[in-house]
Design a binder for this molecule. Sequence first.
Ligand code: SAM
Length: 304
Amino acid sequence: MLPNAPAPIAKLLTMMESSARFARESVRRAAAEFGPAWEADLSAMLQNFYGSDAALQDAVKGYAAFVMDSMRRQKRFEQELSYPAKTYAEAAAEVYYNDDYMRRQYLPGLLLSHYLWTHHYQQIEYFKGFFLPWLQRQGVDAFAEVGVGTGIYSRLALQALPHLRGTGLDISPLSLEFTGAHVGSFGFGPRYALRQQDILQSDSPEQYRAVICVEVLEHLEDPVAFLVGLKKLTAPGGRLFVTAALNAAHADHIYLYGKPEEVIAHVEAAGLHLEHSFFANAYAPAKPGLPVPGALAMVLTVKG
Ligand SMILES: C[S@@+](CC[C@H](N)C(=O)[O-])C[C@H]1O[C@@H](n2cnc3c(N)ncnc32)[C@H](O)[C@@H]1O
């Protein structure tokens, strides 16, 4: 399997043999689909952030548990076609403030999923190809990311544009800690600040020409109010990279988006303008009509 894999990916595959055999196929598929840029990106992340064998082994176990949990919830969703009723406060207590779950399963699982789930990495390719070049062309020197989670999007922005500075906001102290360690492992700590903040509760003192928010909308009871919060954070004439997960049953997904148009209607209701978007399903449905998880990524503007 992957005879010429760079050493960090070869090590990942070896570790998957004992605790996540099923995931080795995802590595092979992603390598075939995305090629050398994906290999270099994943290798750098594994080397910098998961430098020790013990940390990588824990991440692999966390990823396996995250996938199993998602698959179990997705099976139930296929039958019920709705997410289990849950308030935002309940999801926050169960997930964002749950130390053990966040450290062991959610954050490491999510980080590896960005590389191993085809639709997640396609979203990263769209971000690199259609959002970051605009920052460079416009000479944008600062961005904010809301709901940093694993910190991967902040780190990719800081990595691509060496003059850029960033601020990461999240309500979860565990996401902030994980993001700080992730960004710091690449040496970008001096260009990055982190703040515990819920943009629904308080306005930010600054506005930014670039705002990133990946997979947070479906976590909210009122995504339009949250989009209005993102708009307030963005300077007139600025751009946002915003994504949403569709038909994807996770522990903290409470707002069900079934179609991309539903997300776009929310964007318009919040007074944001859609420049362009990218949509991908995670896989083909096993039978016609069965909902499958999808990702919608959008580049939005605030009229100047
Ligand atoms: C699925 S994760 C986002 C994924 C992340 N952007 C990444 O790329 O890894 C959801 C994150 O949103 C955060 N979050 C949820 N509600 C929030 C809010 N109202 N304000 C800021 N962050 C929030 C959670 O704490 C969690 O870290």
